[in-house]
Write a protein that binds this ligand. Sequence first.
Ligand SMILES: Cc1ncc(C[n+]2csc(CCOP(=O)(O)OP(=O)(O)O)c2C)c(N)n1
Length: 361
Amino acid sequence: MNSGASSTGTRSPPSAPAVSLTPAELLESYKTMVLSRATDERCLTLQRQGRIGFYVPASGQEAAQVGCARALSGDDWIFPAYREIGVALARGVSLERLFDQFIGNSGDLSKGRQMPNHYGFREQRFVTASSPIGTQITQAVGAAIAARRKRDPIVTVTFFGDGATSSNDFHAGLNFAGVYRAPTIFFCQNNQWAISLPREKQTRSATLAEKAHAYGFDGVVVDGTDLEAVYGAVATARARALAGQGPTLIEAQVYRFGPHSTSDDPHRYRTDAEVAHWKETDPVQRLKQRLSAAGQLDEPRDQMLWEAARGEVSRALEAAERRPPVEPASFFDDVFARPTPRLEAERAEFDALVQQGVVKP
Ligand SMILES: Cc1ncc(C[n+]2csc(CCOP(=O)(O)OP(=O)(O)O)c2C)c(N)n1
């Protein structure tokens, strides 16, 4: 079985996929990737207009994210960084809930208390996004060990970037996972940049995947622009983890097409030529060509898919913008299981201010 993954550190050549997705699954994956890309494009505009506060785009990383998510069970737990919108969509998170979170309105599951783009969805087993680099890595290992103790036949998957492989938590997490053979998949999206720091200045290791060897388990490099190669690598890692053969570090080689976040200006540190080079293997285009060659997609159908995706984004946004803001008094909730007398007094004081019209609900 050839997963398209190699441990040489070079991008794996286009090869026969290890595990074939059915034609219907390939088309479904493509739709999710298009939806992810359409959401990115719209959100960058919305942030400029001040309609959302902050956004972290995933353009260029869709095949890695959707390919990985497709190889998992709905019972597996996801421990993301902050760039995993493709994973969230592939897990079935609704765009409307995502926009509720970006806006921080009354439909936001985190009640407007998180920074925009730091979403979490219990139903989809998608833990709230981590901004402090690498902290989700140790959490994923702990959760995997706990699940095994409970005899839950699941794996945990943690997502992080090339920069995170220099964080303390990366090393602590991998060491624990190696020692305890935790059923965890470490899914590193090496998008070549940690904000303005290029991959070559991050580490002298030839590949990021080989860092796993120091902790006594497998590390594989996979072409993260190839949906089926990613799917194969993750499916293999998952089967190994469930069979008690321990964790795997997967380095999916990708490229971040957009800015690091809406706060970034990538023109300060990288060239247009570099971006153009990587766009030659745009994962969305790549899968489109694959589907077209198989007779499953043509230009008119593709146009329809893009229009449908953009329409879905618009409808979700409009619904979220119509939803009322978070009830201000709700910030007294969830602080303690049983509110303290002091908190009750503060709430009463706040209610009085609302009654007097000093604070508008
Ligand atoms: C502990 C910590 N240090 C620094 C930062 C600032 N910071 C935010 S994102 C980032 C780069 C992370 O790069 P990488 O891990 O490659 O992930 P990517 O953003 O490329 O997906 C840094 C340094 C942070 N959030 N947390």
